[in-house]
Design a protein around this ligand. Structure first.
Ligand code: 5AD
Ligand code: SF4
Length: 506
């Protein structure tokens, strides 16, 4: 890897300005999933000076409002913080009012069909709003923009859209917005293939309690059901010094918790050509920074190495919670998913983690109804849940994604069987979650107080080191501090406690 201050090489970009009333294909090259799949050998460049706001755009947002809707994962949430940061640097202020917003952006998710349907529904709804307010700039970004079929559908059916950009060129937003505002033509810039890192972008973080920090981008795992390697590009790690500088800055600002982010954080550093440096090494350095809690997500079991376990076992500000998606408990299904581990290897890793970090909370993602999943194979997933005893699980019905290998496998599990399996899976997990929460009855736990509970302003809510949500009665002034609470009631997803000690030093 080298660092490079030059402007981004746009040669690999697919970019164009489109007149909606014409035959679109001659004006732009659609994003291509085929190109996105290629993993080139060229080195990854870090660009420190590529985010620029053109002079004439620096004050363009004064008196204007933006509305930003975010779908999907924490990576998208964090990208939205960058987008909001960029817009606010240009003078825009945030609004929730669709009727008066001057710029509306949908930061989209492509992981399942349901997520995409929601966005198309919303875009349809904006047809009327755009008619009443023709100066409105309506934009689509995020993972859906990286899919050619989505861009084609927008071109054909959603001409109220003014701007489409992808996940690799967020830093180009000021320039693209300028084109969209002044050309009055649909602007599309989606880079299908990208392997670079853009540093020094602004971020508008919510509050000052919890902060997200990207440590790497992209994914090279190509699990057969997953669209992410196509929409997020190849695995590339931020330089440790850049991550550490950002975490230090966040600590100085008084944040209490950071979440290190990446689609596959365990591959951190594998792309460095000048040094042997992995996630364990990074965590070992970050834990020395004065920030009370550090988490990371998402892990792939395959790359979870012993050094990382050793470092996590040091505890302190490294909390004992690991999201370790298994996806299935059947070795046969795992093979077809291309997860590259067996049920036994997964359990071996779980046992190693449990032995090193005794109070660890484990969570997972599970897909039911993957093509060809039999009842017996599904039952292996149920038994894996019983064996691991996850604290909680994110459970999904398989949804075919065009362009992925699984999409051309015979989708043999009927919808009602998928639904039935999902219910059974949830029943098992809910029982285990409740049992695990009940184990905490009578115990005193440390909480980071995050805010008022949604239902009652006299009740505060906070999270344990293991990520469990706890409600308790307390004064507003405790928000953002650490307290001790004794648990007196346990439900499946929530605990209830009594405050025993305020302003705990962490
Ligand atoms: N269908 C259903 N669930 C999926 N996931 C990823 N792709 C699909 C798909 N095509 C789930 C996986 C992943 C989580 C973020 O979303 O469980 O870990
Ligand atoms: Fe998708 Fe697999 Fe990469 Fe996770 S590891 S983002 S599930 S391809």
């Amino acid at each position: 890897m080298t660092t490079d201050n030059k402007a981004a090489d746009l040669k690999s970009a697919t970019s164009a300005t489109v007149k909606p009333e014409k035959d679109f294909s001659q004006y732009f090259q659609a994003p291509s999933l085929k190109d996105a799949k290629k993993r080139g050998k060229e080195e990854i460049k870090v660009h420190y000076d590529d985010f620029i706001i053109p002079e004439e755009m620096k004050e363009i947002g004064k008196g204007r409002h933006y509305l930003l809707r975010t779908y999907g994962c924490q990576m998208n949430e964090h990208d939205s913080e960058t987008i909001a940061g960029i817009l606010e640097m240009m003078g825009f202020t945030s609004t929730d009012d669709e009727e008066t917003a001057d710029v509306v952006l949908f930061n989209t998710c492509a992981i399942r069909e349901g997520a995409e349907d929601k966005v198309f529904g919303e875009l349809g709804h904006f047809k009327r709003i755009k008619r009443n307010n023709p100066n409105l700039i309506l934009g689509v970004c995020g993972c859906m923009s990286q899919e050619e079929k989505v861009v084609n559908r927008i071109l054909q059916t959603y001409q109220q859209v003014d701007l489409i950009f992808g996940t690799h060129n967020i830093h180009r937003l000021p320039v693209l917005l300028q084109e969209a505002m002044f050309s009055k033509e649909m602007v599309i810039e989606v880079w299908s293939k990208e392997g670079d890192i853009i540093e020094n972008m602004p971020s508008k973080r919510e509050g000052n309690i919890k902060a997200w920090v990207n440590i790497m981008y992209g994914c090279d795992k190509f699990c057969t059901y997953c669209i992410v390697p196509y929409t997020r590009g190849k695995e590339r790690s931020r330089r440790p010094e850049d991550v550490i500088a950002e975490v230090r800055d966040i600590a100085r600002q008084g944040f209490k918790e950071i979440m290190l982010l990446g689609q596959n954080v365990n591959a951190y550093g594998k792309d460095f050509e000048d040094m042997e440096y992995g996630l364990g090494d990074l965590m070992d350095e970050i834990r020395k920074i004065d920030i009370p809690r550090i988490r990371f997500t998402t892990s792939h079991p395959r790359d979870f190495d012993d050094h990382l376990i050793e470092v996590l076992a040091k505890g302190g500000n490294l909390v004992e919670m690991i999201h370790l998606p298994s996806q299935s408990g059947s070795t046969e299904v795992l093979k077809r998913m291309a997860r590259k581990y067996t049920r036994e290897q997964y359990l071996e890793l779980v046992n190693k983690i449990k032995a090193a970090i005794p109070n660890v909370a484990l969570t997972t993602d599970i897909i039911v109804g993957f093509p060809g999943e039999t009842e017996e194979q599904f039952q292996e997933t149920l038994s894996l849940m019983e064996e691991v005893r996850y604290d909680s699980a994110y459970t999904f019905m398989y949804s075919p994604r065009e362009g992925t290998p699984a999409a051309v496998m015979e989708d043999s599990v009927p919808e009602d069987v998928k639904k039935n399996r999902l219910h059974r899976l949830l029943d098992v997990q809910n029982r285990i979650s409740l049992e695990k929460n009940q184990e905490l009855l009578g115990q005193t736990v440390e909480l980071l107080v995050e805010g008022e509970s949604k239902k009652n302003p006299e009740v505060l809510s906070g999270r344990t080191r293991t990520g469990k949500l706890v409600h308790f009665k307390g004064d507003q002034s405790l928000v953002g501090t650490f307290v001790h609470v004794t648990i007196h009631d346990a439900k499946t997803h929530t605990l209830y406690g009594d405050l025993v000690k305020t302003t705990v030093e962490v």
